[in-house]
Design a protein around this ligand. Structure first.
Ligand code: C2E
Ligand code: CA
Ligand code: CA
Ligand code: CA
Length: 277
């Protein structure tokens, strides 16, 4: 059983101890995961609400672990973010996704799809970030204006001048920014207009209850209005039902993403989606 925490002391807790070992095990295996080619990129379509066309994909990493099976990013990204591993993993995801997008652009020359990649704060603050991005774009031949980076709201609480410099470098490359999980982070509403953000992604928690709870619906409407007032476009995350779609329509939300259309899927299944939707 758990003991009460004494302020100022780390009390030994068997439960916490085994969690620490688990974390260290994952960290140890993760160091080899990249080299052993155990990571995978899955692709989830982003779709226009108006005529339900695929406009692009979000790249989401998975880990095909030799004994644990397919591991969710929730189980290893937070661990990677505590170390420098996230920098290499993030670079690998971006490179793999841009290469795949290039392949799809050759296979589907009449489509103009974009790719959205999640970026952690450590990556954003990596002094080599721009060099790495440029190397990936040159290496894969993918157009920078069809690359979008997803950052979370709380990352905007970092040093504003630092961020503005980084964002300016991204802007010269026409790389667009999205705010992920909007509405769940620290409120940075007063900052929002300072940053060159193109998309707001309304967090799944609001969409989940949009049909059943009028509060969620009102908050979602407010977020869409805020975004439009700031000349941003809105992506509703976690759309699972047609009722949710109908709730979003009157708000003129631009894009939707969620299981209703497709979960994140491997390359072959994503290829099928492009040719079907
Ligand atoms: P996220 O960026 O908010 O990604 C959306 C998550 O919602 C994904 O979980 C996706 O599978 C899930 N999702 C999409 N549609 C639905 C839906 O209709 N219903 C429900 N219940 N869930 C839906 P996933 O792939 O497990 O990723 C979890 C988180 O891990 C991501 O949240 C992101 O924060 C992080 N992550 C994933 N890949 C990367 C990466 O390459 N780099 C970084 N830094 N973080 C990543
Ligand atoms: Ca995301
Ligand atoms: Ca999200
Ligand atoms: Ca999230």
């Amino acid at each position: 059983s758990r003991q009460k925490r004494t302020p100022g002391y780390e009390v030994f807790q068997p439960l916490m101890h085994s969690k620490t070992i688990e974390r260290l095990n994952i960290e140890r295996d993760l160091i080899h995961a990249l080299r052993n080619e155990e990571l995978r990129v899955y692709y989830q379509p982003i779709i226009t609400l108006k005529n339900l066309q695929i406009v692009g994909f979000e790249a989401l990493v998975r880990w095909q672990h030799p004994t644990r099976g397919l591991v969710s990013p929730c189980q290893f990204i937070p661990i990677a973010e505590r170390t420098e591993l996230i920098v290499d993993i993030g670079e690998w995801v971006m490179k793999t996704a841009c290469q795949q997008m290039k392949n799809w652009s050759l296979q589907f020359p009449d489509r103009s799809l974009k790719i959205s990649v999640n970026i952690s704060l450590k990556q954003l603050k990596d002094p080599d970030l721009m060099a790495k991005i440029d190397r990936i774009l040159v290496g894969t031949g993918w157009d920078s204006h069809k690359l979008q980076l997803e950052i979370t709201e709380s990352m905007l609480m970092d040093d504003v001048d630092d961020l503005l410099k980084i964002f300016a470098q991204l802007a010269t490359r026409k790389i667009q920014l999205s705010i992920d999980d909007f509405g769940t982070g620290y409120s940075s509403l007063s900052y929002l207009h300072q940053f060159p953000v193109k998309y707001l992604k309304v967090d799944r928690s609001f969409i989940k209850n949009i049909y059943t709870h009028s509060e969620s619906k009102k908050i979602t409407e407010l977020i869409v209005m805020l975004a439009h007032n700031l000349d941003m476009e809105v992506i509703a995350e976690g759309v699972e039902t047609t009722q949710q779609i109908e709730c979003l329509r009157p708000f003129n939300c631009e894009y939707v993403q969620g299981y209703l259309f497709s979960a994140p899927v491997p390359v072959e299944a994503a290829t099928k989606l492009i040719s079907e939707i």
